[in-house]
Write a protein that binds this ligand. Structure first.
Ligand SMILES: C[S@@+](CC[C@H](N)C(=O)[O-])C[C@H]1O[C@@H](n2cnc3c(N)ncnc32)[C@H](O)[C@@H]1O
Length: 433
């Protein structure tokens, strides 16, 4: 499907001028030159154990089992239909066993078959491990002992090496190459000579998630440790560049936003990066136009989308979003512009965003011109006041603005401002992950 073509067909709707609160949170009004836009703030809590997603692996195991089962079933059908084939097969298998026992398993088997009737075949009993033969005085070769040596009247630590007659026992002395012959009643049990067994090293099992950072020096360890938060299928070959390691939207958060932006719609992801949000939106059923000024990142996004099986729901456009947005019409625009690096500071102001020559407010205005609904992904330190002021200056309709604070495993990660949704919109329940 060509989402770009679909863009031309969809119009704007749902522009909201409803009330300010859906009962989910407190109404925050702000001081600004423009009339304040009411903002509803809600927490959106997600949990993620940060481990690999084994869906794909399970799928391949099932596939393998199915294949195996099919082969066995086919063989069974062949045999069931053809008595002679079954006999030949079984005879051949039998013969292989016999040949293996005789050490001639490599010889061809086509010259004959076992003549034994099938009923006569019995499973060979598994032989119990053979016990060391013991002499009647109770000693066996290999036993640990102390032996009295008449020569000097001392006791030596040794091993029973062999027997010399009924009573004479040959003892190899531990720590020397001497073998002495003593009567068995000069031996006594000992464990003294035993090498102390090495303490089993307490090696914690290395989980896939704990693998050392292969990009040390390029990618901060703290980002590497979170790779399965970013993409649960990370080790299926997900690609990220240096910037994306700290700017990608964690998968659970992206999924939460995607559920709110909604499937079945045409959504422009104006700053798609390596595809975190575009993949989530497409997975939710949206047709996505994924834009990024960096063609290399788009390639990664395309590759990553293929891993998630949603590449065919996304059009990848290498362009400056600022130039492109005025030419687009969509149901919603998702904005995830650069925040100026990982150190965006406390009390972030939307107006501080810079992208393609416009600031964060101008960007919101462009997005609102392209679609009636805009989801704006912002740093966690962005205040409701800053969002309200930006919405007012960008000319957003005076509807309720919903700001969701994304908590992942109880840590505040980011916020999303939803601008343009009708006041009575039924938002998915918070924390549904
Ligand atoms: C914060 S990252 C987006 C990350 C993305 N949401 C994800 O989860 O993978 C911002 C992206 O905006 C892109 N970008 C910066 N300026 C742009 C512009 N004027 N037009 C389009 N893309 C731009 C950067 O290349 C970068 O990939």
């Amino acid at each position: 499907m060509d989402a770009l073509r679909a863009l031309c067909l969809c119009g704007k709707d749902d522009a909201s001028d409803g009330n300010s609160s859906d009962g989910d949170g407190a109404v925050v009004t702000t001081e600004s030159a423009a009339p304040p836009h009411p903002v509803v703030e809600v927490d959106c809590r997600d949990f993620d154990d940060g481990t690999r997603n084994f869906r794909l692996e399970r799928r391949s195991v099932v596939w393998y089992c199915e294949t195996l089962a099919r082969e066995v079933a086919d063989a069974a059908v062949d045999c069931a239909c053809d008595e002679a084939a079954r006999d030949r097969l079984e005879a051949r298998m039998d013969m292989r066993g016999e040949m293996a026992a005789a050490g001639i398993e490599d010889l061809p088997t086509s010259f004959g078959a076992s003549k034994r009737p099938r009923t006569a075949r019995k499973k060979k009993k598994q032989k119990a491990p053979q016990k060391k033969p013991r002499k009647k005085h109770g000693w066996a070769v290999g036993d640990a002992c102390e032996c009295f040596y008449e020569g000097d009247g001392l006791w030596y630590v040794g091993l029973v090496a062999s027997f010399a007659g009924d009573d004479g026992v040959e003892v190899a002395l531990v720590g020397s190459e001497c073998v002495v012959v003593v009567p068995h009643y000069w031996l006594q049990k000992t464990t003294r000579y035993r090498e102390p067994e090495p303490e089993p090293e307490e090696k914690p099992k290395q989980r896939l998630e704990d693998a050392p950072n292969p990009y040390a020096g390029l990618v901060d360890d703290k980002y590497w440790a979170q790779r399965f938060h970013y993409f649960s299928l990370y080790d299926c070959g997900v690609r990220l560049d240096a910037e994306s390691w700290y700017s990608v939207t964690p998968e659970k958060v992206a999924a939460s936003i995607a559920r709110r932006v909604g499937g079945g719609r045409v959504v422009v992801d104006a700053f798609c990066g390596c595809g975190g949000n575009a993949i989530a939106l497409a997975s939710e059923g949206a047709w996505v136009v994924a834009v990024d000024v960096d063609a290399r990142k788009l390639d990664m996004a395309r590759h990553n989308a293929a891993i998630y099986g949603v590449a065919d729901r996304i059009d990848f456009v290498a362009a400056d979003a600022i130039g492109l947005l005025p030419t687009l019409k969509a149901d919603a625009v998702f904005l995830s512009p650069p925040w100026g690096g990982p150190d965006y500071g406390d009390d972030f102001d939307v107006a501080a965003i810079r992208a393609g020559g416009v600031d964060g407010v101008g960007l919101l205005a462009l997005a609102l011109a392209a679609a009636p609904r805009v989801a704006y992904y912002l740093p966690r330190t962005t205040s409701a006041a800053s969002i309200a002021a930006a919405a007012a200056r960008a000319g957003a309709a005076r509807g309720g603005i919903r700001v969701e604070a994304h908590y992942l495993n109880h840590r505040l990660k980011a916020k999303t401002a939803y601008v343009g949704w009708p006041a009575d919109h039924a938002w998915p329940k918070n924390g549904k992950t």
